[in-house]
Ligand binder design. Structure first.
Ligand code: MN
Length: 291
């Protein structure tokens, strides 16, 4: 086993609003330096860092929009998020829960702050990741997995040092409930200050950490809150030492070595497929969803 080298530790880029509900730092595809294949199968990562929303009677969010060719994975750390789509799926997730939506052949959806959270206001923090699909599954039927905190795999560390919550993949024999189309490891590490943990992930996988809360030393380098730690594809081990109580998102996946044609909410292999997606959207083939 050798250490997985850190390529870059990326500070949060200036935030932008997605709709009026999500104030996000776009770590992926990023500022152009990383490239659209760099973290394959993870194509996009928007991080809504911790922010306080004032109470409102009109839930903030993003109105009806389409997706095709990939999956959207939403992880709630603070606050509650509601989701509706044209395939008839509806869900509300709260702190610690995950929505895993497979857009695949296409659907319309809307993403909002949940109603009672909106009325109350309060702290809000989440991550949305776009997970690419291999060409042979891009036109599969849409699907939806609600992965509650309750049904996640939980690997408890000795001496109450914390827990590894497994969303997808397998951490030391503890499996995550998410069904994925390519091999993906996705965990939340919840570590008490002073805890040391070693991850072993395949050298060939695209791997990154996002420090959600607290700070850590990662392979001897300081990893502050809200920073994105990008690794080279050169080793297996990541050594993490929590400096404070920390929450860390682990992303690691086998790259999909296929061409990417990306345009707005569509993620395909060829431009002709993007043109087809636009045409299908304009002719109502993504279904119907009320705003
Ligand atoms: Mn969306």
């Amino acid at each position: 086993m050798t250490i997985k080298s850190i390529e870059r530790i990326i500070a949060p880029p200036p935030p932008h609003m997605v709709g009026d509900g999500f104030r996000v730092h776009g770590f992926l595809p990023g500022d152009g330096r990383l490239g659209k294949h760099r973290m394959s199968p993870f194509f996009m990562l928007d991080y809504a860092s911790l922010v306080e929303f004032s109470p409102t009677d009109t839930p903030r969010g993003v109105g009806v929009h389409p997706h095709r060719g990939f999956e959207t994975v939403t992880i709630a750390y603070k606050g509650r998020i509601a989701h509706h789509d044209s395939a008839g799926h509806h869900g509300i997730i709260g702190e610690g829960d995950v929505q895993w939506m497979t857009a695949a052949s296409g659907l319309l959806h809307k993403e909002y702050h949940e109603e009672s959270f909106s009325k109350q206001g309060g702290p809000f923090q989440m991550v949305q990741i776009w997970v690419n699909l291999p060409a042979k599954h891009k036109m599969d039927p849409p699907a939806y997995q609600e992965i509650t905190h309750e049904n996640m795999g939980k690997h408890r560390l000795p001496n109450e040092q914390g827990v590894v919550e497994v969303i997808a993949g397998n951490f030391q024999g503890t499996k995550g409930p998410a069904r994925t189309f390519t091999p993906i490891e996705m965990y939340n590490l919840k570590l008490k200050a002073g805890t040391n943990l070693t991850l072993n992930l395949p050298a060939s996988y695209s791997t990154a950490l996002l420090i959600i809360e607290g700070s850590a030393i990662v392979n001897s380098e300081k990893a502050p809150a809200d920073h994105f730690i990008l690794f080279l594809q050169d080793g297996e081990q990541i050594q993490i030492s929590a400096e404070q109580d920390a929450v860390i998102l682990v992303l690691s996946g086998e790259p999909i070595n296929e061409p990417i044609a990306a345009y707005g909410p569509f993620l395909m292999n060829q431009w002709s497929e993007i043109e087809q997606a636009i045409q299908d959207f304009n002719t109502g083939k993504f279904g119907v969803l009320e705003d």
